[in-house]
Design a protein around this ligand. Structure first.
Ligand code: NAD
Length: 271
């Protein structure tokens, strides 16, 4: 299907390198006829990889720390100027836990790091929505998607404070989705994605083993970043115009599977 996003204007956060889920979303959005700006924290820009994506997709880059409301005001102002009108879709693809980075066990969480994680990975979503609503920057029927992980519903010990932070992120999608829906018919959803080999993913203790575990449980196997991007495109398109305030699993069926035959065989090869 072509041109699902023809004429649509977007903001895509979080493309750090070619492995980033946001990177794939940008490539797919470009293929589907959208125009958009790319944004990331100024510190992430220094790595410079995002320039290649900007060139490939004909987009401009606007640095913004998603925890800073002034940066976000500037982001929406500039994005509308560059793209020539209100924004139709926004991707929030931002996650960072200092506790995970420093390999601090959940029960010993450092609270300054915890607060930082909440600010960067969950409140930034509220801020992106709040600034957009105040500025009336998103067009009627527009679509906002944030990426999340199933640790918000079930415990994964190594996901530490990010589990609680993702629960908050998903709650913000419901709460803000209500208000933005009533006011402007703007849709707000979260996509709960399989373990994916990216910089953020690789920071999690035992990620490689867990990736294989999930891959063995899910009937379709783990969903990769590219298929996640495809799903996001459908959510930005008008085909999903009545879908809002949902946490949507994109995980090859993992979240509905108790155990798989292939996992049983691995655990009990003799039987
Ligand atoms: N990789 C996985 O296994 C997986 C699974 C489910 C959900 N997710 C979620 O997908 C999203 C994208 O992560 P990814 O896996 O593509 O990894 P990634 O490391 O490529 O992307 C994370 C991005 O967040 C950006 N960021 C961090 N702090 C920021 C700030 N203050 N302001 C603006 N941007 C900031 C980083 O620069 C980076 O581009 C995250 O929300 C992550 O939790 C990832």
């Amino acid at each position: 299907m072509n041109n699902l996003l023809k004429g649509k204007r977007g903001i895509i956060t979080g493309a750090l390198d070619q492995n980033s889920i946001a990177w794939k979303v940008a490539e797919k959005a470009h293929e589907q006829g959208a125009t958009f700006v790319l944004t990331n924290a100024p510190i992430a820009m220094r790595m410079g990889e995002i320039n290649a994506l900007a060139e490939k997709t004909g987009s401009q880059i606007i640095p913004a720390d998603a925890t800073n409301t002034e940066d976000l005001e500037n982001l929406y102002t500039q994005a509308q100027e560059i793209l020539g009108g209100k924004i139709d879709f926004v991707l929030h693809s931002i996650g960072m836990s200092v506790n995970i980075r420093k390999k601090i066990p959940y029960v010993e969480s450092n609270y300054d790091y915890f607060m930082k994680g909440i600010d960067v990975s969950a409140l930034s979503f509220h801020k992106m929505l709040s600034v957009a609503k105040k500025m009336d920057a998103i067009s009627e029927g527009g679509s906002v998607v944030a990426l999340t992980y199933m640790a918000a519903q079930r415990t994964y010990p190594f996901y530490t404070d990010m589990a609680d932070i993702k629960a908050m992120l998903e709650s913000i999608a419901r709460s803000f989705g209500y208000h933005y829906g009533v006011a402007k018919k703007v849709r707000v959803n979260t996509v709960s994605q399989s373990p994916t080999k990216t910089t953020a993913g690789a920071g999690i203790k035992g990620f490689g083993d867990f990736y294989d575990y999930a891959d063995n449980i899910a009937p379709l196997g783990n969903a990769d970043a590219e298929s996640c991007a495809d799903y996001c495109i459908t959510l930005f398109s008008d085909l999903t115009r009545m879908v809002t305030m949902q946490n949507l699993f994109h995980d090859g069926g993992y979240s509905s599977t108790g155990v798989s035959a292939s996992m049983m065989e691995k655990l009990y090869p003799e039987d």
